[in-house]
Design a protein around this ligand. Structure first.
Ligand SMILES: Nc1ncnc2c1ncn2[C@@H]1O[C@H](COP(=O)(O)OP(=O)(O)OP(=O)(O)O)[C@@H](O)[C@H]1O
Ligand SMILES: [Mg+2]
Length: 398
């Protein structure tokens, strides 16, 4: 996090629907500003609810809701207009050629992934913008968030394969193609725009997967089904190289109530909290109390943030020392990927043209191998103590 350019710390909050992600993200941002940081909380969930949580009508530009604490709800369409001019023009032409006439920008926005892409770029700009020390991201529920965070890898792969080649073809063939067919061959400016986009995306990925910059935090309520999803979320975030350092257990009921119903609920929760503590270690497992009413408005959020972060500093990496690494101590190089909560038979490895595809459940990551491992082959792979260990050897060797 040093260097000439200032890079903000990034905190991503995700989890199952309705568990309190927006509340936790907003409360954390306010608590950070109380501690003297310049913070912006931004929403990567198209179903924005930061306005409802803070009780302030927010827009696409960060608004200072409390001293040192800004909030914003990104308008993907507006941003697309600004940064996508050339690409959009080309897409419109492409669609027209395919028989879809009269496409408007609004209609393009429904293209799968485009909204996520814009959200990612916006996060990147906030992180590098220099106006804030911490960028807090209120993410959508788990599945959408994993989709969002898997985008940089997927698109990187796509750009490298599709556009790396197309560009060469286009430069040579474009004049001929223009005369013999109606295919809209993208002009050089479009490729430049796409390459710019690609470079920005690669940069965002490097920021979001750098544990010194970004921590993902999973919000959950102390219930077995919610915690099961939290475990899977941790696996999928790890698969895509994101560093999760904490779980926030929200809506904890007071214990010792005279009301037997409340007491039974609290006892059930306590069991789940204990399990979560053990299962998610060495990550921090934080607790936030169940408020008597909704946690809305900056006062209620500030009180919530204070209680949640009583014993920990939200700006810190709460579980340092985990990232993808190559281990050379066993003779052959071993690629070590943090991949908790799965067993060997649940992981599927496929070699694709020098890359390695790692699939777990419904997700698949095309892993760009570190330079030292390219041109080698996989000798063995196993999951051990929450790590996927892939041993490589020279081609042809066994
Ligand atoms: N600890 C708490 N005590 C009482 N109410 C809470 C608590 N945490 C969240 N709430 C309330 O629960 C509701 C849902 O919270 P929130 O919007 O933060 O969840 P979310 O996970 O962001 O939901 P979504 O998946 O829809 O984005 C809100 O009305 C919020 O005020
Ligand atoms: Mg929300």
């Amino acid at each position: 996090m040093s260097g000439e350019q200032s890079v903000a710390r990034v905190l991503l909050f995700t989890g199952k629907g309705g568990v309190g992600k927006t509340t936790t993200a907003a409360a954390t941002a306010i608590e950070l500003s109380r501690r003297g940081h310049r913070v912006v909380v931004t929403s990567a969930d198209p179903a924005h609810s930061l306005s409802d949580a803070t009780g302030t009508a927010l827009g696409a530009e960060p608004l200072e809701v409390l001293p040192g604490c800004w909030a914003q709800e990104l308008n993907a369409l507006e941003r697309m207009e600004e940064s996508w001019g050339e690409v959009r023009t080309w897409l419109v032409e492409l669609f027209r050629w395919a028989g879809v006439a009269g496409l408007e920008a609004e209609e393009l926005a429904i293209l799968p992934g485009l909204e996520e892409l814009v959200a990612l770029m916006e996060i990147g700009r906030l992180v590098r913008g220099g106006d804030h020390d911490v960028v807090v991201v209120d993410c959508a529920p788990t599945a959408e968030t994993v989709r969002l965070l898997s985008m940089p890898d997927l698109l990187d792969w796509f750009f490298r394969r599709a556009f790396g080649m197309t560009r060469r073809v286009s430069r040579a063939v474009a004049p001929v193609l223009r005369t013999v067919s109606d295919v809209p061959v993208a002009p050089v400016e479009v490729f430049d725009a796409l390459e710019g986009l690609h470079a920005e995306l690669v940069d965002v990925r490097s920021l979001l997967t750098d544990p010194a910059v970004t921590s993902a935090r999973i919000v959950a309520t102390p219930e077995s089904m919610v915690l099961s999803e939290a475990r899977r979320t941790l696996t999928y975030l790890s698969l895509f190289g994101y560093h999760t350092d904490a779980v926030v257990l929200n809506r904890l009921l007071p214990t010792g109530s005279a009301d037997p119903f409340l007491q039974a609920m609290a006892t059930g929760q306590a069991r789940q909290v204990e399990l979560a503590d053990a299962e998610f270690a060495p990550m921090a497992v934080l607790r936030a109390p169940h408020a008597p009413g909704e946690v809305t408005g900056t006062d209620a959020l500030a009180a919530h943030g204070l209680a949640l972060w009583e014993d920990a500093d939200p700006a810190q990496d709460l579980c340092p020392g985990r990232a993808m690494a190559v281990d050379y101590t066993e003779g052959n190089p071993v690629l070590v990927l943090n991949l908790p909560n799965v067993e060997s038979h649940e992981v599927d490895l496929t070699a694709v043209d020098g890359d390695l595809a790692v699939a777990v459940g419904p997700y698949r990551r095309n892993l760009a191998l570190p330079a030292g491992l390219r041109g080698k082959q996989v000798r063995s792979a196993r999951v051990e103590r929450g790590e996927l260990r892939i041993e490589f050897c020279a081609l042809g060797a066994q």
